[in-house]
Design a protein around this ligand. Structure first.
Ligand SMILES: NC(=O)c1ccc[n+]([C@@H]2O[C@H](COP(=O)([O-])OP(=O)(O)OC[C@H]3O[C@@H](n4cnc5c(N)ncnc54)[C@H](OP(=O)(O)O)[C@@H]3O)[C@@H](O)[C@H]2O)c1
Length: 304
């Protein structure tokens, strides 16, 4: 693939929550950059190509797929799945991107002070230090907890909002806000954004507060089941709570450590909102009430 004047952006995770939304936003501003979708699935890639969309197969567990996927690519959106493999996956990908002449990389990390001992926070930080030591210009995007977790790992259980962190609040951010920020940074490139770290948090809510919003949104009583991390550990041990299929065991264990550190107040520094969405996009962020209203049917479906 020959390079053209329009930068070509390889978007990892284009079948997932964040990557798909990044592609959607990049396509809303045609002419700035060309998004190139990726998936591990050859059938998915072929379907995209049939639809006249640019796409390549890449498997982060198979570095032999990297050179072909990176050919003719100028900018790269790096996101990894819910796996401890993010460390060696990203290291090998950054090396291959350097070799392929990629100039700019945007990485999806986590909202942290960089000193967290929670394993998946530490993995993301290690990855970012490696990126910083590469020849590529970079921007890190640090989202707080995805509102979309309410449709996945934090979905209602028996009609209840389960919250294993007592009365502790955490920060929340809508996936469309994360993706809109990532897409803007990718489209504007390193001149505008190299070396920046964008922290994303637009609402502070605990389980009881989430349950109140959900009750209003769906028009049915959604009680909060307020627990401690020890209660959650007992539920896991009894087989009453399992990790989602897209999360490996090490990452799942890490989320329990995160819950414990949150419960103990060790994450209190992160209970803040940021003005990043307003600063970069010139509009207010999506607050939880609007997000819940937009996903009312998916929330209602969890009650049936
Ligand atoms: N959920 C949160 O609250 C939260 C908060 C902060 C940060 N994060 C970070 O967000 C990231 C996950 O984002 P997400 O929720 O958008 O992910 P997601 O919806 O689970 O999507 C994962 C994507 O990664 C791709 N993928 C997985 N393994 C791959 C591999 N070996 N090779 C190539 N592609 C692979 C999948 O594509 P195919 O299956 O098509 O190959 C899929 O498109 C994680 O790094 C997590 O730490 C999450």
């Amino acid at each position: 693939m020959q390079k053209t004047d329009i930068p070509r952006v390889l978007v990892l995770g284009a079948t997932g929550r964040t990557g798909a939304a990044v592609v959607k936003f990049l396509e809303e501003t045609p002419g700035q950059v060309v998004p190139v979708r990726t998936s591990r699935s050859q059938a998915t890639v072929e379907q995209w190509i049939k639809e006249e969309k640019e796409a390549v197969r890449i498997d982060l567990d198979d570095p032999d797929t990297f050179p072909a996927a990176l050919e003719g690519i100028d900018r790269l959106f790096v996101m990894t799945g819910y796996t401890s493999a993010m460390n060696h996956q990203t290291k090998s990908l950054v090396d291959a991107a350097e070799d392929a002449g990629v100039s700019f990389l945007v990485h999806l990390g986590v909202f942290s002070n960089g000193r967290s001992t929670d394993p998946h926070f530490a993995w993301h930080k290690l990855v970012e230090r490696y990126i910083a030591g590469s020849k590529l210009a970079w921007t890190h995007v640090h989202p707080h907890v995805f509102m979309e977790n309410l449709l996945g790992i934090n979905r209602l259980r028996d009609g209840q909002m389960v919250w294993p962190m007592g009365d502790k609040q955490v920060g929340w951010i809508a996936n469309d806000d994360i993706a809109a920020v990532v897409a803007k940074v990718l489209a504007e490139g390193s001149e505008a954004h190299a070396g920046q770290v964008y922290e994303l948090s637009s609402d502070l809510l605990n389980g009881t507060e989430l349950a109140e919003f959900l009750t209003t949104t769906v028009g049915r009583e959604i009680p909060a089941l307020v627990l401690t991390p020890d209660d959650l550990q007992r539920m896991i041990d009894a087989g009453l709570d399992t990790a989602p299929p897209n999360m490996d065991a090490a990452y799942a264990a890490s989320t329990l450590i995160w819950a414990r550190q949150t419960f103990e107040g060790r994450m209190d520094y992160s209970v803040v909102t940021t003005s990043t969405v307003k600063d970069l996009l010139g509009r207010e962020p999506i607050r939880f009430a609007s997000w819940a209203a937009a996903h009312r049917q998916e929330l209602l479906d969890q009650l049936s």
